[in-house]
Design a protein around this ligand. Structure first.
Ligand code: AMP
Length: 122
């Protein structure tokens, strides 16, 4: 799948659309989800043009992957959930119900999160 420069996170990264920023460095931008599911719900986004987790894992330079993982850990500590606990999750592709085609991780915390996956009828 080719990267779509019109996706909402690309527009946020270009500064065309505002966001509620919580963290930024050379490789990463993080902002609060517009439709927060938990008291802490941050989206962590690499600045590079990666469609999905699959694209990022296969094609990002090591430096960007390391920076991304370090940033997720720091953001969780800064948000005050490293002690109480959190979940980070990335939806990939159709079965994963990925809506925005720019790789991102959801960081959830601030309350008990329940089971990892909600069972659904097949
Ligand atoms: P998904 O691609 O399924 O992992 O989810 C995309 C997430 O992006 C959803 O949780 C949306 O609420 C969130 N989202 C969409 N547009 C914006 C925006 N402009 N600012 C912040 N979060 C957004």
């Amino acid at each position: 799948m080719a990267y779509d420069d019109t996706n909402i996170f690309a527009r946020i990264l270009r500064g065309e659309v505002p966001c509620d920023k919580v963290y930024e460095d050379e490789h990463v931008l993080a902002f609060n989800d517009i439709n927060a599911q938990t008291p802490v719900h941050v989206l962590v986004v690499p600045k590079g043009r990666y469609v999905s987790m699959d694209d990022f894992a296969a094609n990002a330079p090591d430096e960007e992957i390391v920076a991304f993982v370090r940033a997720v850990g720091k953001i969780a500590r800064d948000q005050g959930v490293a002690e109480s606990g959190y979940r980070f999750l990335s939806n990939h592709g159709e079965d994963g119900r990925q809506e925005v085609p720019h790789f991102h991780v959801h960081l959830f915390g601030g309350r008990r999160l329940g089971r990892m996956i909600t069972p659904i009828a097949q």
